[in-house]
Design a protein around this ligand. Structure first.
Ligand code: NAD
Ligand code: MG
Length: 378
């Protein structure tokens, strides 16, 4: 029996993780559930999974908790996130909240000696060096949930300890892959929210359209697999069947294939090193017929170049890119700026703040705040 705390249980990743728990009641017990504001959904989950504790970031008063849900400990705000990451009797903590808020939770979970199942890529983007250092010091693995990183992790199980020469990070290319640069800049909210292959939360869906998501994933791979950015190559693969691959010195490439369904990487992180059913079938290669691959177009999607430059710059540059992008996406979703302005605002923040340091959590959070301010004030 594995005891799991789920941070961000009402989101896209969180609900799919609970589907897997429901499928294997003999294998998983849920110790904590947290959400930002979706209380009705959280109430239903607490009713079904009976965790030790539950919490809402936006807060809840004692009298607002339904009678039948008072068996568990209810917390509000950051205290709820901290308790879920570090205080319940969990073996593993699934960090599936969105944004830089995940960094503190990952550090808390590691500090408390919990295995981290990591969906929140922002934790590695902003504090990758601190997270990996802490994981190493504690002798704990970071098990990736992001589909590409899960794929790389799975490929490396067959590497026998050999360091790969290269990581081939696949990308669907998003809804604007075949569009012209000028048209992408004018894309609407509805167009950006329509991902061809994956059903995900709003923020990451917009990031997939801008390809900032792939930029963030280059950073994530850099830290998870200790691989310099120069040896991580983005490969556009519109079918989203090959979830990534690793190339070795002898010319061999190992890839991981599957239909685009997050329950596979979520389930693998949960059951690692075993495999358990997820409800997802294997891809039908006969029906697919062929798989295609393209080079990414960095003129159309400057996000990829910006991400690599930020990695090379070091310090808080990746945090600035991430914070500025998070704020710009929020503004785009409120119809305050155009799609093209997301790129412009991130570039502006990097110009202004790209040299900030990131030697500790405080400096990272400060760089994040300042990057957001640049974007908010524009
Ligand atoms: P989502 O928006 O669907 O869900 C986010 C969850 O976190 C919700 O439960 C919400 O209540 C909670 N939350 C939101 N803001 C919070 C905050 N500031 N503090 C605490 N909790 C907060 O998001 P998602 O699509 O499930 O993505 C979660 C994470 O997983 C993101 O980092 C994303 O990049 C990553 N990820 C998602 C997918 C996917 O398929 N959805 C794939 C790969 C990686
Ligand atoms: Mg991904």
């Amino acid at each position: 029996m594995k005891r799991i705390a789920i941070l961000g249980s009402t989101g896209s990743i969180g609900t799919q993780a609970l589907d897997i728990c429901r499928r294997h009641p003999e294998a998983y017990r849920v110790t904590a559930l947290t959400a930002k504001s979706s209380r009705e959904k959280l109430f239903d989950q607490v009713r079904a999974f009976r965790p030790e504790m539950a919490g809402l970031l936006d807060g809840i008063r004692q009298e607002e908790i339904p009678e039948d849900l008072r068996f568990c400990r209810w917390l509000s705000g950051k205290e709820a996130l901290h308790a879920a990451a570090a205080e319940t009797e969990a073996d593993a903590v699934l960090v599936s909240i969105v944004g830089i808020a995940g960094l503190q939770s990952v550090m808390d979970a590691l500090e408390a000696g919990r295995q981290v199942l990591l969906a929140n890529k922002e934790a590695l983007v902003t504090g990758g060096h601190l997270v990996m250092e802490k994981a190493k010091a504690k002798g704990l693995p970071i098990l990736p949930v992001d589909s590409e990183h899960s794929a790389i992790f799975q490929c490396l199980q067959g590497a026998g300890g050999n360091q790969p020469e290269k990581i081939l990070l696949t990308a669907s290319g998003g809804p604007f892959r075949t569009w012209k640069r000028e048209d992408i800049r004018k894309a609407t909210r509805a167009q950006a929210l329509k991902h061809p292959n994956w059903d995900m939360g709003a923020k990451i869906t917009v990031d997939s359209a801008s390809m900032f998501n792939k930029g963030l994933e280059i950073m994530e791979a850099r830290w998870l697999f200790d691989m310099p950015e120069s040896r991580i190559e983005v490969v556009v693969h519109p079918e989203s069947i090959v979830h990534s691959a690793v190339a070795f010195t002898d010319g061999a490439v190992i890839a991981q294939l599957g239909v685009p369904d997050m329950r596979v990487p979520i389930g693998y992180a949960m059951s690692y090193p075993l495999r358990k059913t997820t409800g997802v079938p294997a891809p039908d290669l006969f029906a697919l017929g062929k798989l295609t691959f393209e080079r990414p177009d960095e003129d159309k999607f400057p996000s990829l170049r910006m991400a690599k430059e930020a990695l090379r710059a070091g310090g808080a540059a990746c945090t600035v890119l991430n914070g500025a992008n998070e704020e710009a996406v929020a503004r785009f979703l409120r119809d305050e700026i155009s799609f093209g302005e997301i790129y412009d605002l991130v570039a502006r923040a990097l110009d202004a703040l790209g040299g900030l340091p990131a030697t500790c959590l405080e400096e990272i959070f400060e760089a994040d705040r300042r990057a957001r301010k640049v974007v908010k004030e524009r």
